[in-house]
Design a protein around this ligand. Structure first.
Ligand code: ZN
Length: 237
């Protein structure tokens, strides 16, 4: 559907809608993880982690199990294939994701910026031990300092990592195609990213299950439907 060979610097932003077909609930919206169980929304905050670490870490341990059991779906596969095809002709293809489920990497995407971190990585709450892959689900203590480990994800009340923000800005500079998929196009970061991309003169596309309300005029093309059906068609070689 998109004449991909016309584009030299492609940026795709994905949100929770891309992982629905993998059996993972979206974070917000009807039935969402943060909205349906009020308790989980309350726990996914920086204050709760400090006050009730046991409960918060148990919630994330359960999420880690769910993510491990999930498999990439046709949306993830289509994006990984599009990146391979772009690389093959010397074009750049960067995936910015709000998802913490690691499914883009598992599908084979390489140039991935995880804006909200990665649930399968841990970091220490005390020392500067860098985010590292963690096979456990119990969030034990840090090998280096004995501090409590936590998932390397951005909680409510925390900022995006400086590195991720810088990587996103770098990707958007000079991009000529911007696609937002499985995310509402009217809230941050999609709303900011599409504005930056439009300013760069990029072609801008939204792929989402539901129309944006209010509509965002920065998107020149809107496709409504499930990401796992639309992305393979949109990125067809
Ligand atoms: Zn430590």
């Amino acid at each position: 559907m998109l004449p991909l060979t016309r584009f030299r610097k492609i940026v795709v932003l994905t949100g929770a809608g891309v992982s629905v077909a993998s059996g993972l609930r979206t974070y917000r919206g009807a039935g969402g993880l943060w909205t349906s169980g009020e308790e989980s929304a309350v726990l996914a905050t920086v204050e709760a982690l400090a006050a009730r670490p046991g409960e918060v870490l148990a919630l994330f341990a359960a999420m880690r199990e769910a993510v491990r059991a999930a498999r990439p779906n046709a949306a993830h596969e289509a994006l990984a294939a599009a990146e391979r095809s772009a690389s093959g002709r010397g074009a750049s293809f960067t995936l910015l994701t709000q998802n913490v489920d690691d499914l883009h990497r598992r599908a084979g995407s390489r140039d991935v910026v995880e804006l909200h971190g990665n649930l399968l990585h841990s970091r220490c709450t005390r020392c500067d031990r860098a985010p590292f892959a963690d096979a456990s689900t119990s969030f034990e203590s840090c090998d280096a300092c004995g501090g409590q480990l936590r998932p390397d994800v951005v909680l409510f009340g925390e900022h995006l990592s400086v590195d991720a923000e810088r990587a996103a800005k770098h990707a958007l500079r000079g991009c000529d195609l911007f696609v937002a998929a499985g995310t509402s196009g009217s809230v941050s970061p999609a709303s900011n990213f599409v504005r930056s991309a439009a300013y760069e003169g990029a072609h801008t596309v939204l792929v989402n299950l539901e129309p944006i309300d209010p509509p965002n005029p920065a998107f020149r093309e809107v496709h409504l439907g499930p990401a796992e059906a639309l992305l393979p068609a949109l990125f067809e070689a």
